[in-house]
Ligand binder design. Structure first.
Ligand SMILES: [Zn+2]
Length: 238
């Protein structure tokens, strides 16, 4: 088994089980983890959800570390919010003045377009992310296309800002996406919720294809039946 330390950017824990060896990718702060957390990590790796106490302990510790990092690290993220077609700064300002008007957001998150990277997956696409360490919201550049309606961009931004407002890391051990009851409630209450999900479901294949090709999104006019397998829906991650 090998352990690699990296930045706590996308995931704080990732276990890659290969045939010959297992590689554990850990956020740098794990290097100073106390003994009982090392123990909990090992237990969680071995038993996963069947070890709820270890998982809870680990979750709790990670959350504390992430919060401490976020508080300590001066934010130096510079993100480009103005895209070719959609200006995230303007859309975010609208959202903060309406949907989030009653929320104490504290330190406003940095908002911008992510970099286009070759997407590895044929089946899923992360349309947006919230990084709790540098408090940055990033949207996938494929959304910065003429063919993507502004209300859909606004919805994705709303979703990520909601992570920032509820102040939870969007991923924890086990790659679980954290969408608690409060998160779900607020999302359902959002005006474009259902039409956004519908649009996404209909266009996700085209979005993935364009993202992989690094091309702007072009809406698919001839619509095949949307995917029905529930595992697909679960993969519409963001
Ligand atoms: Zn989310």
């Amino acid at each position: 088994m090998r352990v690699r330390y990296g930045r706590a950017r996308h995931q704080v824990v990732r276990v890659e089980r290969g045939r010959a060896e297992t590689v554990v990718h850990l956020a740098g702060f794990f290097a100073h983890a106390p003994r009982e957390i090392q123990q909990a990590l090992a237990t969680w790796m071995r038993s996963g959800r069947r070890a709820p106490r270890a998982t809870r302990e680990l979750d709790h510790w990670i959350e504390q570390r992430v919060r401490a990092l976020a508080a300590a690290a001066p934010r130096e993220v510079r993100l480009e919010a103005r895209g070719r077609h959609h200006d995230l700064a303007r859309i975010a300002a609208e959202l903060l003045g309406s949907e989030f008007a009653g929320d104490a957001l504290g330190d406003a998150p940095a908002i911008g377009w992510g970099r286009a990277r070759g997407s590895r997956s044929r089946r899923s696409l992360r349309l947006g992310s919230f990084d709790p360490v540098d408090r940055a919201v990033r949207l996938h550049p494929v959304l910065d296309s003429r063919g993507v309606p502004e209300w859909f961009v606004r919805y994705v931004l709303f979703h990520e800002l909601l992570h920032a407002v509820l102040d939870a890391p969007s991923r924890k051990p086990g790659r679980r996406i954290v969408h608690g009851p409060e998160f779900r409630r607020r999302e359902r209450a959002y005006r474009d919720h259902s039409r956004a999900l519908e649009w996404e479901k209909r266009q996700i294949h085209a979005l993935i294809r364009c993202a992989r090709a690094g091309e702007p999104f072009v809406e698919r006019k001839t619509q095949r039946k949307p995917p029905e397998r529930s595992s697909w829906l679960q993969k519409l991650l963001f």
